[in-house]
Design a protein around this ligand. Structure first.
Ligand code: SF4
Length: 227
């Protein structure tokens, strides 16, 4: 609950923040391993800091033994196969290596700056990691849950077989990435009303987090109320 008094905002906790998320998986997307940039350093940081439960490298490149040897053994590797000649085909994911579980509730090490012969590091306490994890989960909740609406196309049907409503396209015969694939430029597009799916309600059903809880909401009188 928040109140304004003497020009200041006061926030009082009226309910315990719920433990509303479970495992967090970080996916480093690097389509071309031939141009890795600072990928290896990033993956080493991901593992030593251990903010997320698992780290996976996703790539479209052929993954060699030399690639695997260069990245930390805890990092899982997925190879993504895309059939450019047939947009109806879904992406196929080949798991080259399984990720290991990272010690998210232990202290983490964050490499800061490297100098010849030494690297400056920061030790990150479990409580700070827990706060950062919560921020990651909140960002995913706000943005990552669904960043698209179901397409207004008669070929699209909600598919709930996985436990979450996903846009299944009858024309392509598979679940589609609606934001990237759907719209008037698609050859199978047939304008219609969007399917009746309430994604916000679905999100609320699937997490313990209540975005707008009931209960007391009160504003204290401030000096401004008496002027
Ligand atoms: S716009 Fe194309 S991909 Fe999307 S649902 Fe319609 S036919 Fe399928």
């Amino acid at each position: 609950a928040a109140s304004a008094a003497s020009g200041r905002d006061h926030v009082r906790q009226v309910a315990r923040y719920p433990d509303w998320y479970d495992r967090i998986v970080g996916i480093e997307n690097k389509p071309d391993l031939g141009r890795p940039g600072d990928l290896e350093a990033q993956l080493r940081t991901d593992v030593s800091l251990a903010l997320v439960d698992e780290v996976v490298l996703a790539t479209e490149s052929y993954v060699t033994r030399a690639h695997l040897n260069r990245i930390p053994a805890e990092v899982g590797v997925w190879r993504i196969h895309r059939d450019d000649s047939d947009s109806r085909q879904p992406l196929a994911i080949e798991e080259i290596r399984e990720p290991a579980s990272l010690p998210v509730d232990k202290r983490g090490i964050e490499p800061l700056e490297s100098h010849p012969g030494r690297t400056e590091i920061e030790v990150v306490a479990p409580a700070a990691k827990a706060r950062a994890r919560r921020r990651i989960a909140e960002r995913a909740y706000g943005k990552g849950w669904r960043t698209y609406d179901f397409p207004a196309c008669s070929a699209c049907l909600p598919d709930e077989s996985s436990g979450a409503a996903l846009p299944y396209c009858e024309w392509k015969g598979r679940v589609v990435d609606a934001a990237a694939e759907c719209g008037p430029s698609c050859s199978g597009y047939d304008a219609a009303g969007a399917p009746d799916v309430d994604l916000a309600a679905e999100r609320d059903r699937r997490t313990a987090w209540e975005a707008d809880p009931g209960g007391k909401r009160r504003q204290q009188s401030g000096l401004g109320d008496f002027s």
